[in-house]
Structure formats: C-alpha cells, structure tokens
Design a protein around this ligand. Structure first.
Ligand code: FES
Length: 115
C-alpha cells in the first residue's frame, strides 16, 4: 500500500536548465519537476501563496525554488516553505527514475517540522 508508482514523463522530456512539468497521474494536479545533482524531485506546480505556476514562474537555484510573483521560496526536496510570504509547504512526491522514465508515488507528502 502506498507503493504504486506511476509514470509521469521521461527525463529526456525535461528542459535542460529549467523546471519541468507534467500532469499528476490523477489528472487534475500539475507537477513541477526539478533536477538537482542527478536526482529528480517532484512537487505540486502551484505556489501555495498565490497560485503561480512554479514551472513557469519559478527560478531554481540548487535545492531552492523562488516564485517570481512575490519571491517566496521553497525547498524542492521537501516542499518546505522557506521564506515569506510562503508559509504553507508545497505538496511533494516520492520520485524515482527507471531507464530514463520518471515515476512518482501519487500520494502527496507534506513537509513537517522536526519536533
Ligand atoms: Fe508565489 Fe506569491 S504566488 S510567492
């Protein structure tokens, strides 16, 4: 349970130095796909502050994506909201790559502050 991986797109389909996007297997949600040190990270594409598309409006610097609308920042690895005005973490997804195909566990995860 919770172990059903779903194909979202190919690594080869991702833009080279930019944030990629694909549909969530459920169809309604757009995903943002980040490449970092040979790893793939996947979050919801929608900024939790004002609904900007992060694949379009976001600027990735290392493990941080900054939303161009109001400069809020998230950690692409965990969805953690790092700077105001973003407070709500981005839903993120476990991802893996097999033979150049990207799969996610469709169940969204949410960053929780360590106690
Ligand atoms: Fe992204 Fe405001 S919409 S920071």
């Amino acid at each position: 349970q919770g172990d059903e991986w779903a194909f979202i797109c190919k690594v080869a389909d991702l833009p080279r130095n930019d944030i990629g996007t694909a549909k969530h297997p459920g169809g309604r949600l757009d995903l943002a796909i980040y490449q970092l040190d040979g790893e793939i990270y996947v979050t919801s594409d929608r900024c939790t502050h004002g609904a900007a598309s992060l694949s379009e409006e976001g600027e990735q610097q290392g493990h941080i994506v900054e939303c161009a609308w109001h400069n809020g920042r998230f950690d692409v690895r965990t969805g953690e909201a790092l700077t105001m005005p973003c407070r709500t973490p981005l839903p993120f997804f476990d991802a893996k790559v097999i033979d150049g195909d990207i799969y996610i566990n469709p169940k969204p995860k949410r960053f929780k502050k360590p106690e």
